[in-house]
Design a protein. Structure first.
Length: 317
């Protein structure tokens, strides 16, 4: 009887050792695959098959060791790579194009993108929950949480900037550095944190800041102007946004004009705002269908205003 129990205990010990050896093997394999994926991304040779392989290995790792935080971080990391396949890129152009709009507008109407972002958040959150201390990819995992939190929209931008604004960028993996600056700029602007925006712009001018998003002087004025608008510093916002405008009807000029007109409306100068919108709308070939809608909104809120546009016709167009 005693011998049987001893053999049983010995068998359990061996099984446990085999289990941990297998889990360790999965850990090493997953880490090597992660590094290979990053190198492929750096060289511009990352393919769909590479992403699928990484995701499969990360999932197997989590199944073999379901309490290892790194396993869940790697699943979140593999899902992040999927966003690029869905056309979602956190680069300079997408940031400038979507400043002043909602994050959901940036993501678009893709159900797959929505579910991918949700999965990134919950896996990154699970990784943090299982961790008793900071693991090797802690800062990278925090960036993925920042991404998920921004998408969920549960917390205000001010709160998100407070929670994620001081990550050690030197510890971030190369492919997540631009994402971090993108998210931080996007949320800092919405928070109306003018000082925070100045600090971000200073970071992007640092000679040691090699990879990521850089702003031209015009874009800096635009960024600071929107930040002051959200801070309700309308005088400062108008000054900077006017400097950002050019004769080129691009997104910066368009957003600057719309924001300027909105400020006029908030300052009880609604007719001046309507005149400004009309001039831009007509000279730009009636391309932005949101402008007639905004003018209609102004007129409903402040009766007695006039417009030279046929709002019914413009909505149909």
């Amino acid at each position: 009887m005693v011998l049987a129990l001893s053999l049983s205990a010995l068998g359990f010990t061996y099984r446990k050792e085999i289990y941990f050896l297998f889990a360790k093997d999965q850990s090493v394999r997953a880490e090597k695959t992660k590094e290979k994926t990053i190198e492929l991304w750096k060289s511009g040779n990352l393919k769909e098959k590479d992403i699928e392989d990484f995701q499969s290995i990360a999932t197997t790792y989590s199944e073999k060791d379901p309490t290892d935080p790194i396993a869940f971080h790697l699943i979140a990391r593999s899902l992040y790579w999927n966003l690029n396949r869905l056309g979602i890129q956190f680069d300079h152009d997408s940031l400038i194009l979507h400043l002043g709009s909602s994050f959901r507008e940036f993501i678009g109407s893709s159900v797959l993108a929505e579910s991918t972002l949700d999965s990134i958040f919950w896996n990154a959150r699970t990784a943090e929950a299982y961790s008793s201390s900071q693991f090797s990819d802690w800062e990278n995992n925090r960036v993925l949480l920042f991404l998920g939190e921004t998408h969920r929209g549960v917390k205000r931008p001010q709160v998100l900037v407070g929670e994620y604004g001081n990550l050690d960028r030197s510890k971030l993996s190369l492919e997540l550095q631009s994402v971090y600056i993108w998210l931080l700029t996007f949320n800092t602007m919405l928070a109306g944190d003018a000082a925070g925006l100045d600090h971000l712009i200073t970071i992007t001018k640092d000679p040691n800041y090699k990879i990521g998003i850089h702003f031209s002087p015009r874009e800096e004025n635009f960024l600071r102007g929107l930040g002051k608008y959200y801070k309700k510093d309308y005088v400062g916002a108008l000054s900077l946004l006017r400097q950002a405008k050019t004769n080129n009807p691009d997104r910066i000029t368009e957003t600057s004009i719309i924001t300027e007109a909105t400020i006029f409306h908030l300052q009880n100068l609604s007719q001046k705002g309507i005149d400004l919108l009309e001039e831009f709308y007509l000279s730009n070939g009636k391309k932005n269908t949101d402008i007639p809608i905004l003018i209609t909104k102004f007129m409903k809120e402040k009766p007695g205003l006039k417009t030279k546009l046929d709002l019914t016709l413009d909505k149909k167009e």
